[in-house]
Design a protein around this ligand. Structure first.
Ligand code: IVH
Length: 680
């Protein structure tokens, strides 16, 4: 064997060992010891070398024999096929009712069993999320499983580790040695809107409601992906508990959860009879819209755990609890018209213009009709009476047509063949539901692109709103981004509503925007599939627009967070003549196209961090490296000089000391935001 060959073989063996070790800590111990990016690099090197000198995988057998009795093969991602786990106590579902009488019958049945006049209950919100069971052994979270079929669920611990309010270590409170705590994973209305707004900007289809999105996120195969969507958890139920004499009431179990600092429901009423329970149900219906989580009812449970056990369960649901479901608010209204929005990439979105109607706290006059197929499927016609509902209590939707009220002369709705804005013939890309306007000259697309560029999530240019952009485009003063930076005082004064002061303000705002962070510019360029998260990934990895625009497809794919489709889109964008000349102009006009080292990279200069608790998003080394890369210092003890305490779950004395000194305490999420705010 030649010298180079034996060296390569040596390196291959070494790499296998290293990657195996990282796989072990990542997949089995949930505690990665290097960054994902560093791991991906090693893995790439390994794959390439393997292809070159061991395409048949002969070495695999050799190292399996050598090293381990339960080998993890490289790329053995156990989460791909979620492992299942048998719940120690089954996860039952609940009997539902929408009917007041049926609720009182439930109470009557129980009073008969126990032969008593009144029974004490607790009333809780019914959270519309994803049921989860957390197993704690000696206070440490050992497993998180979905409900599955009630007997066996999927192990999804990896995907839940990023949940900020997930209690991972309760040991300091000395809970029962073995306890299954039941709860619900949910996505807040706010996060749901954030994700949908981002998707709307990227012209992707919108998620229907927070529940489905939360469920999809819990079951994502890639924990890195699930980390990008903020999930939260709330706990309300007791599964198996050893010893099982630990708690006597549902209300005292809640109290214990509260004492342990675990996230519990905001509404928990202990009542002494069914009438009081009913009062609480009505009260909850008034309050629930303020909660961060979506709710669809109240759960009424017998308070005494001993009585719960005596009442028992049918094969599906317990006899000691019932869900009273609130009617989701629906309203009838008239569909007055269907108009069309033309997005910045030409997507045509039909929008229903409704006779204004009050719905779950707001007045609704518009609803998305999604696309042509949706209109045809529901046979929606102008002039119809329709039912509208807020999906996930947020986005108004037309649920169905009230056909009995349809006028005899009504005609089916014909989706236009031509762009309602510029008249170009619409096209439909294979596999996509949307019709698109293909014209680059389409004024609506131009306006949408400019509005997007100026929006708060991108360049955040004050005073450059929809109406100004419309005038600029209509008057043919501006047709592309770079034109904005050539605007003159004279041109602005020719616009309606502009005086010297407002014109000067806009010119100033444009000047200020030139110094915006690189990721904002990248995001604003409107590259297909690239939102703010990907723009930050690009800025953080390449530091300059020049480097990004000259990078190869392989270099782009190598970036954590950039997949094949996105990389292809970035690559094509920067290799098109039109974008190249546009970028040249932006550089010429003095826009910031680099991550500036002085105010970006070293923005933590003079700041001292202390790390405490068990960090779940990073290893300590990784967090320290990030701080140091930004000019900050990491110290091991808290003092008056400490600027920030980065605290993970289970933080103890350092947290208490930092609190007493009034030092700013950051969760891992807040820490990430701090870094993100600088595009790091
Ligand atoms: S108690 C055996 N309490 O509703 C008792 N469940 O339709 C069952 N849920 O699978 C659980 N909020 O995912 C309980 N406060 C609450 C709840 C709740 C939501 C879910 C849970 C369950 C489903 C049954």
């Amino acid at each position: 064997m030649k010298k180079e060959e034996s060296e390569s073989l040596e390196r291959l063996r070494e790499l296998k060992k290293i990657v195996r070790r990282h796989d072990e800590s990542y997949y089995r111990l949930s505690n990665p010891s290097i960054s994902d990016q560093a791991y991906d690099l090693l893995k790439k090197e390994l794959d390439a070398l393997e292809q070159e000198i061991d395409p048949l995988g002969l070495l695999d057998q050799e190292s399996d024999r050598e090293e381990s009795d339960t080998p993890i093969h490289v790329g053995d991602d156990r989460l791909d096929s979620f492992q299942s786990h048998k719940h120690r106590a089954p996860m039952l579902s609940l009997d539902n009712t929408y009917d007041k009488e049926e609720f009182f019958e439930f109470d009557q049945r129980l009073r008969k069993i126990f032969d008593c006049a009144t029974l004490p209950y607790v009333v809780e919100p019914k959270i519309d999320g994803v049921a989860i069971s957390l197993t704690y052994i000696d206070g440490k979270l050992s497993l998180a499983t979905t409900r599955g079929n009630g007997v066996e669920g999927d192990i999804v611990t990896q995907n839940l580790y990023h949940i900020e309010n997930l209690p991972t270590d309760l040991s300091s409170f000395h809970p029962p040695p073995l306890i299954e705590i039941r709860g619900e994973i949910f996505m807040s209305h706010q996060e749901f809107c954030r994700i949908n707004e981002e998707r709307e900007r990227l012209e992707l289809s919108l998620y229907a409601n927070p529940r489905n999105l939360a469920a999809g996120t819990v079951k994502l195969l890639d924990p890195k992906e699930s980390k990008k969507r903020k999930l939260e958890i709330v706990l309300y139920g007791l599964g198996a508990c050893e010893p099982n004499t630990y708690f006597s009431k549902q209300s005292s179990f809640h109290q214990a959860l509260k004492n342990w600092g675990a996230p519990i429901v905001e509404f928990l009423k202990s009542v002494s009879n069914a009438d009081e329970a009913w009062e609480s149900i009505l009260e909850l219906d008034q309050l629930r819209h303020q909660y961060a989580y979506p709710t669809d009812g109240a759960v009424i449970k017998l308070d005494s755990l001993e009585m719960q056990a005596r009442a028992g369960a049918t094969s599906k649901a317990p006899r000691w609890a019932i869900a009273y479901k609130f009617e989701s608010e629906r309203q009838e209204t008239l569909l007055e018209d269907i108009i069309f929005q033309v997005g910045r990439t030409g997507t045509i979105t039909p929008v229903a213009c409704l006779q204004p109607v009050q719905l779950a706290g707001t007045i609704v006059s518009r609803a998305s009709l999604h696309n042509a197929d949706e209109i045809a499927r529901k046979d929606i016609r102008i002039g119809d009476h329709v039912m509208v509902e807020k999906a996930g209590e947020i986005i108004p939707q037309v649920i169905e047509v009230i056909f009995e009220k349809r006028k005899t002369d009504s005609t089916p709705f014909n989706f236009p063949n031509h762009c309602p804005a510029c008249g170009a013939q619409l096209i439909r890309v294979d596999g996509e539901a949307a019709w698109r306007c293909p014209s680059l000259e389409c004024t609506n697309q131009i306006m949408a692109r400019l509005e997007y560029f100026a929006s708060r999530g991108c360049m955040d240019i004050e005073n450059l709103g929809e109406s100004v952009i419309k005038q600029l485009v209509d008057k043919k003063i501006v047709s592309k981004i770079s034109d904005l930076y050539q605007l003159t005082m004279e041109q602005l004064l020719s616009l309606e509503g502009f005086a010297e002061k407002s014109a000067r303000n806009l010119l100033e705002a444009l000047e200020i925007s030139k110094k915006q962070d690189l990721w904002r510019l990248l995001s604003g360029l409107g590259i297909k599939h690239v939102g703010s998260a990907a723009a930050k990934d690009l800025a953080r990895n390449f530091y300059s627009l020049e480097k990004i625009s000259s990078s190869s497809l392989e270099e782009l794919i190598a970036i954590d967070g950039i997949g094949d489709i996105m990389a292809q889109s970035i690559f094509s964008f920067f290799n098109s003549e039109v974008s190249r000349s546009e970028i040249e102009k932006l550089v010429e006009f003095g826009l910031q196209t680099e991550v500036s080292l002085s105010n970006q990279a070293l923005f933590l200069q003079d700041k001292t961090f202390v790390l405490t608790g068990s960090l779940v998003r990073y290893t300590r080394d990784e967090a320290s490296a990030k701080i140091e890369a930004c000019g900050g210092k990491v110290s091991s003890s808290v003092s008056k000089k400490t600027s920030y305490l980065l605290a993970g779950p289970g933080a103890g004395s350092k947290l208490a000391k930092a609190e007493s000194l009034g030092i700013e305490i950051l969760s891992e999420e807040q820490f990430e935001k701090l870094l993100d705010s600088k595009g790091r």
